[in-house]
Design a protein around this ligand. Structure first.
Ligand SMILES: Cc1cc2nc3c(=O)[nH]c(=O)nc-3n(C[C@H](O)[C@H](O)[C@H](O)COP(=O)(O)OP(=O)(O)OC[C@H]3O[C@@H](n4cnc5c(N)ncnc54)[C@H](O)[C@@H]3O)c2cc1C
Length: 73
């Protein structure tokens, strides 16, 4: 990231939005997330209390190293 601090707005802070915001912030950006519901709400694909993180991938095992890397992050 350049010396000038980037300002980024992320609209929709579910799975993808929160990850993008987190990694951008880790690189020094000033990040604001906007969502139509409160954090942790149960109306997104990622919300609720029944989700798991799987490291198995039936369709293509080449995704498995990527999944392991994501899990470690
Ligand atoms: C029951 C279930 C089980 C699943 N299990 C797995 C699993 O085991 N493993 C796996 O890898 N994947 C699983 N998935 C899929 C995974 O959850 C989704 O692919 C992933 O969460 C999608 O991420 P996303 O950021 O695109 O959407 P979301 O996580 O849904 O986030 C979108 C966000 O955008 C917000 N938003 C939408 N419209 C607007 C707007 N106009 N203005 C502001 N905010 C807005 C929403 O409120 C939400 O917070 C599962 C999905 C479901 C439903």
């Amino acid at each position: 990231m350049s010396a000038a601090r980037k300002r980024v707005a992320v609209v929709g802070v579910g799975t993808m939005g929160t990850q993008a915001a987190w990694r951008l912030a880790a690189r020094g950006a000033e990040v604001v997330g906007y969502d139509r519901f409160a954090p942790g709400h149960d109306r997104s694909a990622a919300g609720g209390e029944t989700r798991v993180f799987r490291s198995a991938h039936f369709e293509d095992t080449r995704y498995v190293p990527l999944l392991r890397h994501a899990d470690a992050l």
